[in-house]
Structures are given as structure tokens and as C-alpha cells.
Design a protein around this ligand. Sequence first.
Ligand code: PMP
Length: 387
Amino acid sequence: QQTICECNSCYGGLDCSQFFSACTVNADGGDPLFLEPFWVQHAASSAIVVAGWHRMSYYYGDQSSTSKELQRHIRKLHDMVGNAVTQEKYITFGAGSTQLLNAAVHALSSDNASSPARVVASIPFYPVYEEQTDFFRSVDFRFQGDTSLWKNYSEAGTDMIEFVTSPNNPDGQLNKAVLQGQNVKAIYDRAYYWPHFTAIPAPADEDVMIFTLSKLTGHAGFSLASYRWAVLKDKATYESMERYSELNTIGVSRESQLRALKLLKVVLQGGGKDLFEFGHQTMRKRWERLNKIISMSKRFSLQKIAPQYCIFFKKVREASPAYAWVNCEKEEDCYEVFQAGNITSRKGRRFFAGDRYVRLSLIRSQDDFDLLLHKLNQLVSEEQGSE
Ligand code: PMP
């Protein structure tokens, strides 16, 4: 009988046991498969069965399109982790990052402003903010580049919308808003504000905070459904974002709300210790192993993240970021250097930083990560051999 398996890019053969040493390892992309072993261990408790008659209506019983039970569990989750204040706040769901991020930009820019709201983010930033703002070409908002360009600039009647990614993608820093003023509003993208990737110094309490299940449980493939949510202080912002989702997709998929609920119940078991211990230990070990190799190199350096007290683990924690933000110390095209070393990275230019930077994903499967270290070791050994 033939074994059918999907082999990692560096392996082949019927049972994936053949290793192709000259292959290129993929360290691009943000697929969080590092959590797959956790869900394999919790396969039965996280499974769902959906009967044919389930949720056929456009609405839940109360004419809303989101499950109250799911909202209750999300509040419970934030209380347990301590990463966000949800009391006296509204929660809305979105179908993936594009919908919710854009719904927030739409809600924060006024329809009757004399000029379009300026949407900005601090370099290096997640490129989707610019891509989607440009894509929608709205008369109400326009992407205007790096936040620092607008630091001392304020124009009556023009709204400023600042994207703040905290922890940041690509460099893992706990960023704070740079702009201040009456006409400035911030959208905090909190996709990575979970104990796997960062210390939680205090509950986030911003007016607009966006979370996603894809980096919490690793279910990125379902983020096109209801796995992204916003915690909002202002009722008008909440109503505008609900309307956006209503017009766009009549709310979010009922099946995926059901699956999200099931996954959250598993996460909440035992105070969340199982998932977060697993997530944090995996990421911490990866960061230590990576640092050990890079510290032997004069050609490459990594971002520095200071240890901080974490209110979830109740101790000072060292760094465990989702991505390595690598600087090539010499004036060279870092992407090409890694490509020559058989590692596909993500170009620094995608984050509006220079060619001397690349991002390496640390959240992929264990096989991918081990291969990455193998190739990095070779790169660093070659450097030492040529000295
Ligand atoms: N925000 C940031 C900063 C991200 O890095 C990502 C995923 N790479 C997202 C949002 C998108 O999340 P989702 O999986 O919910 O689309």
C-alpha cells in the first residue's frame, strides 16, 4: 500500500524520508503551523460536527449576525490572558484582515471632511495597510506613508489615522502611537499580542484594537471567516464597522463562529496554560537556537527585544518573537545573500525598510524551522571559513 503524504519542500519519496540537501527552505510567509502539534494532541476536544439544519437563517435569534456566546468567550479569554480591557467595550467580527482593518479605517474617517483622512504607519510596517488602503481608492481616506513624516504636522479639518502594530510585524517591538492631537485616531493591530510572542506587560486599553485567531490558535486558513475581532470603545465606530460587515458579507460565516467557539473552549481550559505554555516554550526555544547561530556571525544581526514582566506568566520573560528581523551588516542585498544560501526570506523592502533587511518567519512547522537553522548554520560557517 502506498503512503500518500505531503512532503516538506526539502524532502521527497513515498514516506518523505529522502532529504534533498541542495533544496531551498521557505522562511517566508506568516503561516503559524508551529501550533499544529498542540491541536493534534487536542484533536477530539477541538472537533466539531455540524448538522444540516444548523443556523440556516441570516440571523441569530436576536436579529444579530454574531454569536453572543462567542463574544462572551472572547471577553473571557482577554480577561484570563490579561491582554485587553473589554469591559464597557463593543466587539465586532470581520471576515479576515482586509475586511476588519478597512472597516476600521472607513469608520474612523468622516464622510464630510474637507480632505481625505491621512492613513499612516511607522516603518517597518505590515504592507497590507498600504495595499488595501490604496486598493479601495476611497474619497474618504488615502495612504500617506511613514508616520514620522507627519509628526509635527497638523491641519484643521484633516483626520489622521495611524496604524500601530504591537507587537510589530516584522520586528516584534511593542510599538505605541506616535501621533497625538484631536484629529488623530489610532488603530491598534494586536494580532501578535499573545503570550506565545511577547510578554504581556498590561492589558491593552486602546479605543480600537484588532485581534485575530490566526496567530492565537494558528488557524490561519480560517481567518477568511470570523476569526478576527475588534474591541471598540466608541458606539458609533462599532455601528459603522457592523454596517460595513453587513453590507459586505451579511456578517460572518456561522460555521466558522461555531468552530472558533469550540477552539476557544479548548484554549480556556485550565486557565489557558496548556496552549500558552506550549506556544511560548516553542517560540522561546526557537529564538534561543537562532540567536546562538547568528551570534557567531559578523555579517548578520537580529533585533533586540528587552525582557519584560509578563502579567500572564507572572514573571520576567525573555523575547520569543514571531519573526526574525535580520540586518545584513555590510552594504549588501540581504534577500540575495539568503537566497544564495538556499533560504527564501521576505524582503525588507516589502516593509518599507531597506534592502539590508530581511524577515525570517519563526512560526512555521518544526521541519521548516529545523531546515532554516541547518541552512543558516551553513551560511555562517562559510562566512567563518572565508575569514
Ligand atoms: N495583522 C498583522 C500585523 C499580521 O501580521 C497579519 C498576518 N500576517 C494579519 C494582521 C492578518 O491576520 P489574519 O490571519 O486574521 O488575516
